[in-house]
Design a protein around this ligand. Structure first.
Ligand code: M6R
Length: 603
């Protein structure tokens, strides 16, 4: 959470900063701010609004500046206010921070910093502490402060009296750095590095970097110089163009067909799953007999669905954990368990920690991530990238279906470990290849979902019921609905209704029932009857080929036909659209729902 940027160079500093901050805004958008080095002075501008508002505020300012730092905030400590917005200035130090300083209260006491602070957060304490240690040697001050600070941080600083120089240090929270003929840039992630950069490197933990107009130097915490480990910059898909869609979320829903094709095609050879181009050979599948999935939010929901495919078709035991609970559950894992961490951003701190714990315990780890070279990708033994393209809307859509498609493919690969399943796997792959078209067909039905959204928009509570694979699928559908439309929406396993949730049903309670699995039609229909008998208003999302068999006077939304196991793909497209249009009807900012951020780097 929080995006940080720093630039030194001859380019148009303000323009570079604003462009990068807009690209980082998905990490947090409670407030934003910039600090320009203007000769001997530092000019700071902040606002408790979006970067576009900050941009207006700085128009015509700091025009001759060649050095600046910037920040877009997701509030952790301290309310959303200008004084809590970054950059923070304390004495001769101006700083932006991403992460959490856990011992900030102790530091205030220990170093008598209280009088120096104007904000109520943890970040300004870092600035005050570094200033306390500063005697014209920035490296020494940062070194001393780093030894005292506990927590996660990416700190980027400018020091009074040191024109056109930026310093940075990090622990857990990432910083990437690049340079070209014009100058040097650093940021929280690669997506913000606009410009023609051929190479970049990731700042190692406990390393200080100094960027100046003509130089770039790295030092470890004992003051010794280090060499950066440069990597080639891949073509960045910055996807800032909404391509005619009013919101990124709609664009990303519509891009799912392409995202899935790009994710699947390079991993299918001669009709069978093949991960050798990802550096994963057959041994990996043969040597593991237990899969443990750790993930959060939507990625966790992908894991829940995948478990059913791993176990029923892949014939491998699979357990799924919320990364944030994995640490406490202390689950039993077979010695040869393969830990799969799923994360769109590759930066979710809980998932990163789960991965590190699994590694410490000696397990092999595989990451499924969308963002190249993200922290989870860098820390895992193996990486499978979803090629979904950059996902900007906070509500995850194309990343989810891409993750799911890869997980299915992995399950099919595990199935090949058993003799005589080649034909069956080939058949599965042929079906899987139909998924992108089915999702695109569902998108063409958008008007239907927009119509239902108009009816649901004022509801306070909404329930979703389904059996089998439809249950984990509806958990994802309900998350989509609540995170962007703010309607309280819960998914229940339909068989569980009688064990409690049915008490919530009264006259006119809206219930969405999903029936995508052929063998569950009868039982699911009974559940619809039960809630209708108690007055519920039911909308049924039913697999097209089953719709006629559901002989009830209720509104039916047909779902594009795929084989049973793959039905969640066509169903989720419908539910994503329903959530999207409901949010649109409510007039909220669909891409940036309240209180959320795209990248969750705090526990
Ligand atoms: O980047 P990750 O996949 O690790 O993120 C996990 C969750 O924060 C994320 O899926 C979140 O639930 C989305 N906003 C859901 O749309």
């Amino acid at each position: 959470m929080c995006g940080i940027i720093g630039y030194v160079g001859t380019g148009k500093t303000a323009d570079i900063l604003m462009r990068s901050l807009k690209l980082l805004e998905y990490r947090g958008y409670d407030s934003s701010g910039v600090a320009f080095c203007c000769g001997k002075n530092t000019e700071i501008y902040k606002c408790t609004d979006r970067v576009s508002v900050l941009e207006k505020k700085i128009q015509g300012r700091a025009e001759g500046s060649h050095c600046a730092i910037g920040h877009t905030r997701w509030a952790t400590h301290g309310s959303v206010s200008e004084k809590n917005a970054h950059p923070h200035r304390s004495g001769r130090v101006t700083l932006v921070h991403n992460g959490i300083i856990e011992n900030y209260k102790e530091l205030i006491q220990l170093y008598h910093l209280k009088e120096k602070l104007v904000s109520t957060g943890d970040s300004e304490v870092a600035a005050a502490l570094i200033d306390r240690f500063y005697d014209d040697d920035p490296l020494k001050a940062i070194r001393e402060a780093s030894k005292q600070i506990r927590g996660t941080y990416a700190l980027v600083m400018m020091f009074e009296g040191r024109e056109d120089e930026i310093f940075a240090v990090c622990k857990v929270s990432p910083i990437v750095i690049a340079q070209n003929e014009e100058g040097r840039i650093l940021a929280s992630d690669l997506s913000a590095l606009t410009g023609t950069y051929e190479n970049y490197f990731v700042l190692p933990e406990d390393t200080i970097v100094r960027l100046s107009m003509d130089d770039l130097c790295l030092y470890d915490l004992s003051g010794k110089k280090k060499a950066p480990y440069w990597k080639k910059m891949e073509q960045q898909d910055r996807a800032l163009d909404k391509k005619g869609h009013p919101y990124y979320m709609e664009k990303e829903i519509f891009e799912q067909g392409t995202a899935l094709r790009n994710t699947l095609e390079p991993r299918i050879r001669e009709g069978l799953p093949d991960f050798s181009a990802d550096g994963i050979e057959g041994e990996l599948f043969a040597s593991h007999h237990h899969i443990v999935i750790c993930a959060c939010g939507t990625s966790y929901h992908a894991g829940l669905l995948a478990k059913r495919v791993f176990e029923s078709f892949g014939r491998i035991k699979c357990d799924v954990f919320l990364s944030s609970e994995f640490i406490y559950e202390k689950p039993f894992m077979e010695k040869d368990a393969l830990i799969i961490v799923i994360s769109q951003s590759g930066e979710t701190i809980d998932s990163l920690q789960a991965l590190k714990i699994a590694k410490e315990e000696g397990h092999e780890t595989l990451a499924i991530v969308n963002v190249r070279d993200s922290s989870i990708a860098r820390n895992a033994d193996y990486v499978l990238y979803t090629h979904a393209g950059m996902e900007i809307a906070v509500a995850s859509t194309k990343a989810y279906t891409s993750q799911l498609s890869l997980l299915y493919l992995l399950a099919y690969r595990f199935a090949l470990c058993e003799q005589e399943r080649k034909e069956k796997v080939m058949e599965k792959i042929r079906e899987l290849k139909k998924v992108p078209d089915a999702i695109e067909a569902a998108c063409r039905d958008k008007e239907r979902y927009a119509g239902l959204a108009g009816i649901l928009k004022d509801e306070k509570d909404l329930y979703m019921i389904g059996r089998g694979r439809d249950y984990p699928l509806l958990m994802e559908a309900a998350l989509k609905m609540k995170e962007i439309s703010y309607i309280h929406c819960e998914a229940y396993a339909a068989g569980e209704l009688k064990h409690g949730p049915i008490a919530l049903i009264e006259k006119d309670t809206p219930v969405i029932a999903c029936i995508s699995q052929e063998d569950l039609l009868g039982k699911a229909a009974s559940n619809i009857k039960e809630v209708r008998a108690r007055g519920a208003r039911v909308y049924a999302f039913v697999r097209e080929s089953l719709a006629k068999q559901l002989d009830m006077k209720i509104e039916v939304f047909p779902l594009k036909d795929l084989e049973d196991e793959l039905m969640p793909f066509s169903a989720i497209a419908a539910f994503q659209l329903l959530a999207y249009y409901t949010a649109l009807e409510k007039g909220v900012d669909v891409d940036k729902p309240r209180n959320l951020a795209k990248v969750v780097t705090v526990e």
